[in-house]
Design a protein around this ligand. Sequence first.
Ligand code: NAP
Length: 296
Amino acid sequence: MTPYEKLLAEAEGRPFAAIVGWPVEHSRSPLLHGFWLRQHHVAGHYGRLPVEPKRAALEELVAFLRRTPNARGCNLTLPHKIDIMPLLDRIDPIGQRIGAVNTVVKQPDGALEGRNSDGFGFIATLRYNAPDWRAGAGPVVVLGAGGAARAIVASLVDAGVPELRLLNRTRSKAIDLGVAFTPADGRRIAIERWDERADALKGATLLVNATSLGMKGQPPLEIDLTHLPHTAAVCDIVYIPLETALLAAARSRGNRCIDGLGMLLHQGRPGFEAWFGVKVDASPEQRRAVAADLGV
Ligand code: NAP
């Protein structure tokens, strides 16, 4: 049985979506979406599709989505978020700006639209966990310039942050990101030196770790928080472990802390709503289920 046949058999004729990646076995997306399907009594299915990182394999995926009436779309994880784009019929504006998509939605006319919901997930968890944080209140520091940082920087610019300070080990990548996302209205994206990250925290209202530092198996993020105002929120998008050394240090000095699991849960909402037509929200029960499965 091919992975496509397996997915169709599991779907049993119901509308369905799936997480597409290589590898894809580790993904918690089926758990996340399965929770919403059960919670809202939706007659639908969300499965897994291992798709090799080859153009022909992605073309096969796209052909499958097009010809299968009950296929509503998919999520994309590594390494497909960029390579899928030229095979789709259109990309939403935020996906175009970020240059990567994590969601494909089959439109009523059959067209396949690529979208990016990582920035939505980031802002949603920020608003949920730090409701009194105001985008316009002051500078925000973002560490990292990879795929996740691109989505986060775009979402913070769109939210109205007046000054973004961007730091990355490879400075040229931060400069590229700054050039791509500096708004035309005079607000600044300042590229600071990675080695001077402690100084960059002065006056910040929010610190975001969008690097992979602190993730299980990776070195910790070393940063001196002395200059970070105690009123600032600290968000680490790493979610294994949930309480990274950064969050533990920030929490111990009284900063509001936001872990990476909320972003993971919230980024799934727009896709689910588009595929299955039901509005959903992240809940403590869903969070507990995913955290337990992750062992965090
Ligand atoms: P990525 O594109 O590979 O970017 C990795 C980033 O980490 C780059 O900025 C890289 O800097 C930096 N980095 C890696 N090792 C470093 C080191 N030793 N010292 C300093 N900087 C280092 O990865 P990504 O997709 O953006 O993901 C980043 C992290 O976010 C991962 O842990 C991922 O699991 C997590 N994530 C979480 C969510 C969520 O929903 N919570 C969503 C997406 C990603 P260089 O440019 O110098 O290499």
